[in-house]
Design a protein around this ligand. Structure first.
Ligand SMILES: Nc1ccn([C@H]2C[C@H](O)[C@@H](COP(=O)(O)O)O2)c(=O)n1
Ligand SMILES: [Mg+2]
Length: 219
């Protein structure tokens, strides 16, 4: 009789082998940020902020400037900072983030490309209590359990190894002054004023494939 498939140690090992962590083989290692690259942090924030504080002023997406939403709201009204924080530390906020259009099929296709390894590289809030577990749940829900092995949580992304980091945060600083990766800025309202950077504007027009193919030739 045929044995039913099992999720034993052998399965996990073969999955790992397929991912080829041996960079001697020169696989391109792509780090994908989560918030505002795969998951719509900014759009969901406005929805939730307006639900929770309908009488307060808010910043329209096309008026967003600067990475931290909190900083911009505090400039509008110094009492808004705590309200901003209250929105994204609430249970369920990170789990309910909608997908950025086209991100999930693109991530899957990228991970299936020959000679490409894809990891998700995300910074947690210091108030990690909901955020941290919900990032894992989000990845499992949208990409599947096999992607849980590909999550890298790092407050300091400069110490992470990889060839490309696709990230909406325009300036990524940390203890390593020359990170291994080349930063591709994923376009978001808050970073569109930043000039002179290699960008990926969306996941839908197929340009991500050109970037990946180009980097594959360079490594
Ligand atoms: N406008 C923003 C964007 C992000 N954050 C926080 C919330 C996230 O957990 C973290 C994500 O950073 P990433 O890995 O996407 O660079 O940063 C925020 O507070 N305000
Ligand atoms: Mg981000």
């Amino acid at each position: 009789m045929k044995k039913p498939p099992t999720q034993d140690k052998t399965d996990i090992m073969s999955r790992r082998t397929k991912q080829t962590y041996d960079y001697g083989q020169k696989n391109l290692c792509v780090l994908l940020d989560l918030d505002q690259v795969l998951a719509d942090f900014e759009g969901h924030f406005i929805t939730k902020f307006r639900e929770k504080f309908p009488d307060d002023r808010f910043v329209q997406l096309d008026e967003r400037k600067g990475f931290y939403i909190k900083d911009q709201y505090e400039k509008l009204d110094r009492n808004l900072g705590d309200k901003v924080r209250a929105v994204y530390i609430e249970k369920g906020f990170f789990l309910d983030l909608p997908e950025i259009k086209g991100a999930i099929p693109a991530a899957r296709e990228m991970a299936a490309m020959d000679g490409v390894d894809v990891f998700i590289c995300s910074s947690p809030l210091t108030e990690y209590q909901n955020c941290l577990s919900e990032k894992f749940e989000w990845v499992e829900k949208h990409l599947g359990p096999e992607w849980l092995d590909r999550i890298i949580i790092a407050k300091d992304k400069t110490v992470i190894n990889g060839h490309i980091l696709i990230d909406d945060r325009p300036y990524i600083n940390g203890s390593c002054k020359s990170p291994a990766w080349k930063h591709i800025v994923f376009t978001a309202h808050h970073n569109r004023h930043v000039e002179g950077r290699q960008r990926l504007d969306n996941w839908t027009d197929g340009t991500w494939r050109d970037i990946i193919e180009d980097f594959k030739k360079r490594i």
